[in-house]
Write a protein that binds this ligand. Structure first.
Ligand code: NAD
Ligand code: UD1
Length: 336
């Protein structure tokens, strides 16, 4: 019996795969490499000393999905596969709705056909980005988003909630990630976006490498202590561990369960830039730029539910997150 990891070659999926293998679990990875590279699979094998079946397959291809379920006894799925670039989703909403929604529907249908009813889904704190919600965000807040990417998460959560209500065999965790950053301490796994990064940490890392001239701080006139946006950053290894705790929780808990995975603590853009300077020893020049469309002033979790029901909380602080991100950046640059 094995756990299927969709999107397991990606940033969060690869860390979760490595952690599951290290804990002795059997896994199968499925990925179409639309936003990842085959080398990641070798890194997971090197790190853990273990092998696993891999399928270069697309969730939009039902035949390929069927083959994965026929050839493996899958008891649980952790579903990371999806497109996630906010700006691209605004430009290409059909691509995002098709990939993320149809991909999830195909997956759930394949699971049902094969009697597999345990699912951990990657949602996002972006489902809280509504004018009426103020941080700390709690799981029972109303949901909505400022962009098609975020709406795919809102719609998928609704579909999975309806599914769980229709059949008590379904056990589904809706994991609302805050801002995952950092890398595996070995430096073998991490985040490596193509082109100019949209997210703060990968952007700062490129500034530290000298590949970009300076950090553009998107707005210094928010209602926050230093005027810059506040986010709840969480180490990707803590996040991976949260999934493993969710697998345990689902064993005894049917239904659909939204759960925040965040630290409950917020850092401003300037505080993160300062932490990265401490970790790297490199100065990060900054310029103030206009606010970015769709951004909000503060996003951080009420992390109490995960603590109560999963017995999980984020352990690693911002300095460790920046240290591991920098370590990965340096090692990865030297390899390329
Ligand atoms: P990622 O892009 O690194 O990983 C996603 C993986 O899914 C990639 O390897 C990609 O090739 C694969 N994929 C995409 N569509 C596919 C399809 N149709 N069939 C097969 N494979 C497909 O992203 P990540 O940062 O690891 O995020 C994982 C999940 O977590 C995503 O669903 C994302 O929306 C969600 N999430 C991420 C963040 C974040 O900041 N990284 C925050 C909140 C939620
Ligand atoms: C973004 C996405 C969100 C997604 C999340 C995690 C948008 C509008 N939102 O959120 O849907 O769930 O990533 O993947 O894109 N910043 C700068 N300069 C930069 C980059 C970022 O000042 O070059 C600031 C932002 O304004 C924000 C903070 O840094 O205040 C964090 O930004 P980012 O890493 O993009 O994450 P989110 O804005 O939380």
């Amino acid at each position: 019996m094995a756990i299927l990891i969709t999107g397991g070659a990606g940033y969060i999926g690869s860390h979760t795969a490595a952690q599951l293998l290290a804990q002795g679990e059997e896994i199968v990875i499925l990925d179409n490499f639309s936003n990842s590279k085959p080398e990641v699979l070798d890194a997971i094998r090197t790190l853990t000393g273990r092998d696993f079946p891999f399928y270069q397959a697309d969730l939009l291809d039902e035949g390929q999905l069927e083959q994965v379920f026929q050839e493996n006894a899958i008891h649980t799925v952790i579903h990371f596969a999806g497109l996630k670039a906010v700006g691209e989703s605004v430009a290409k909403p059909l691509l995002y709705y098709h990939n993320n929604l149809t991909g999830t529907l195909n997956l759930c249908r394949a699971m049902e056909r094969h009697g597999c009813f345990s699912l951990v889904f990657s949602s996002s704190a972006t489902v809280y980005y509504l004018g009426c919600n103020t941080a700390p965000f709690r799981e029972d807040f109303p949901l909505g988003s400022t962009n098609p990417y975020g709406m795919t998460k809102v719609y998928i959560e609704q579909i999975l909630t309806d599914l769980a209500a229709s059949d008590s065999r379904w056990r589904i965790a809706l994991m609302r990630y805050f801002n995952p950053i950092g890398a595996h301490p070995s430096g073998l796994l991490g985040e490596d976006p193509n082109g100019i990064p949209n997210n703060l940490l990968p952007y700062i890392a490129k500034v530290a490498l000298g590949e970009l001239p300076c950090l553009k701080v998107y707005g210094d006139d928010y209602d926050t202590p230093d005027g810059t946006g506040i986010r709840d950053y969480i180490h990707v290894c803590d996040l991976a561990q949260g999934h493993i705790c969710a697998l345990d929780y689902l064993k005894d808990n049917p239904g659909a369960h939204p759960i925040n995975l965040g630290s409950g603590k917020g850092y401003s853009v300037l505080e993160v830039a300062d932490a990265f300077e401490r970790a790297s020893g490199v100065k990060i020049p900054r310029v103030i730029a206009p606010r970015r469309d769709g951004d909000i002033a503060r996003s951080y979790a009420d992390a109490s539910l995960a603590k109560e029901i999963l017995h999980w909380e984020a352990r690693r602080g911002i300095d460790e997150m920046c240290r591991d991100a920098w370590n990965y950046t340096l090692l990865h640059r030297q390899q390329n």
